[in-house]
Design a protein around this ligand. Structure first.
Ligand code: SF4
Length: 302
């Protein structure tokens, strides 16, 4: 996305939530106007988050992220070991990425900066699970602000390679299907202004509008979006949702919501593994003294 399109979005959008995330499934650190894009959002009063795999997090980009006053930086590292990291992060070098993250944390400390809040992510796949405690043990002795163990996602079953990694897959242990809340909670604006309703729609299969043609408010309420919501409630799922086991929601209506919450609480009390409210993010460490309402980025780009 270029800066002019972002300016247009900021000018025409009435934000009901101040959190915006400047990433999708690409790598935002490749953007030549990275600092300008963050500053534009900050000047509009927004709370800005960004997720990176840190492979390009050199000294120059580290300073850009800090100086532009980014609020939250997710470091999607997954480096529980060199072997596992390089097996899944093709063409990335474990030592280099680890060094990038440590250098970023050093620079932030030396600048006396409070932001960005740094949230180090590791995805829990079966192979990595036994090493996660030692990963957390190492990183909690660094200036990182938070360490989060993230559930594995198949991205709505669209990526063949992910199917082989489903072991210990949190979402897979559910049998019921309720309307997915993503249709009511957020949208993604792609680089060229097209809008998709879900973060799993990596290839723009369901386009609900284009921010160049209509405001976000108009698109959020347009006939296509309303039809998608109605179909989702009635169990006629959109193409991208058909094979998705990563839906996230409760039965419709207040009674459905409350009864579902009570049942889930009971299941957790008795230690049941069958949950309809999967804990996607398990915060394993937070630096002492940091407020619990610190800006957070609800999903990372992996
Ligand atoms: S069902 Fe899956 S693909 Fe569809 S909106 Fe929900 S999370 Fe996205």
């Amino acid at each position: 996305m270029d800066a002019d399109l972002l300016r247009h979005i900021l000018k025409t959008t009435r934000f009901s939530d101040s959190l915006v995330q400047l990433h999708f499934h690409g790598e935002s650190l490749l953007h030549p106007q990275l600092g300008e894009m963050i500053s534009l959002c900050k000047d509009a009063g927004l709370n800005v988050g960004l997720s990176t795999n840190a492979s390009l997090l050199d000294e120059r980009r580290s300073r850009i992220l800090i100086e532009s006053k980014l609020d939250t930086l997710v470091l999607a590292f997954d480096g529980v070991s060199k072997e596992i990291f390089e097996k899944y992060r093709k063409n990335s070098k474990y030592e280099r990425v680890k060094e990038n993250i440590l250098r970023f944390l050093d620079i932030k400390e030396s600048m006396g900066a409070v932001t960005p809040f740094t949230d180090l992510h590791v995805i829990k796949i079966a192979e990595a699970a036994p090493l996660i405690d030692s990963f957390v043990g190492f990183w909690k002795d660094t200036p990182v602000d938070q360490i989060t163990v993230k559930s594995f996602s198949t991205r709505a079953g669209q990526v063949d390679e992910t199917q082989a990694l489903k072991k210990d897959w949190y979402f897979g242990r559910r049998s019921e299907r309720h309307p997915c809340r993503w249709f009511w909670s957020s949208v993604i604006i792609l680089w060229d202004g097209r809008i998709v309703p879900c973060c799993h729609d990596m290839q723009g299969k369901i386009i609900i509008g284009n921010i160049k043609d209509n405001t976000l408010e108009e698109i959020w309420n347009n006939a296509k979006m309303q039809a998608l919501r109605k179909a989702e409630i009635e169990g006629r799922h959109a193409s991208i949702c058909e094979n998705c086991s990563e839906w996230y929601g409760t039965p419709p209506g207040l009674f459905g919501f409350v009864s579902s919450a009570v049942i889930e609480r009971f299941k957790r009390m008795v230690g049941s593994e069958h949950s309809n409210h999967p804990q996607i993010f398990d915060v394993r460490y937070r630096r002492n003294g940091l407020p619990t309402n610190t800006a957070n980025v609800p999903f990372s780009a992996d």
